[in-house]
Design a protein around this ligand. Structure first.
Ligand SMILES: [Zn+2]
Length: 191
């Protein structure tokens, strides 16, 4: 399992709901958590590892020793957004080194299934709410660059150009990023 970077088409795929939490899903969740910690992220969504189903893993402290803050969420939805929009710095493991301000709701009420298939509800504010909104966007094929606004995008252009160049280089070398064959419904924002 590997995290793919923008502009890998898997990042634009709309993930499908998980129908059954089987051994494959459980194994993927464990591997995603491990990858997330290794890359020092707070969250990781299945499309970032080219899996096309609705699963996200998070730890709001990014700390493997804080298992109490670890969440594996299957088929998550935001039931309510409130508290107004907050503009704050955000990054993404599929855009290494890029940080920009993005507007997110201060508070969200989320519903999801845990790995045991139990339905859960959580109310989060501030950073955890931001992580939820960022990761649930991934399941819709939405990326934080879509929410930056023109100024943020303009400031990100050099990084985005570099990701595209790296991707094209890998493709030319025949070193295709994994999962490319499974990618459907590719959509380009920055064309
Ligand atoms: Zn992300």
């Amino acid at each position: 399992m590997k995290i793919v970077n923008y502009p890998h088409p898997a990042l634009r795929v709309k993930a499908k709901p998980v129908a059954a939490i089987d051994a494959g899903v459980q194994k993927a969740a464990a591997e995603m958590l491990e990858l997330m910690y290794r890359h020092e992220g707070l969250g990781l969504a299945a499309p970032q590892v080219t899996l096309d189903y609705q699963m996200i893993v998070m730890n709001f402290a990014g700390d493997p020793d804080r298992e109490d803050l670890e969440v594996v969420a299957i088929n998550p939805v935001i039931a309510e957004k409130k508290g107004g929009l907050i503009n704050d710095r955000e990054g993404c493991l599929s855009f290494p080194g890029l940080y920009q301000n993005v507007r997110r709701y201060k508070t969200v009420v989320v519903k999801y299934f845990d790995l045991k298939g139990e339905e859960r509800e959580m109310v989060c504010h501030d950073l955890p709410a931001r992580v939820w909104q960022h990761e649930i966007d991934h399941l819709q094929g939405e990326l934080f660059i879509d929410r930056m606004g023109s100024l943020g995008l303009h400031r990100s252009q050099r990084d985005l150009d570099k990701y595209v160049a790296d991707f094209e280089k890998a493709k030319k070398k025949g070193d295709l990023p994994p999962g490319l064959e499974a990618a459907v419904g590719v959509r380009h924002v920055l064309s």
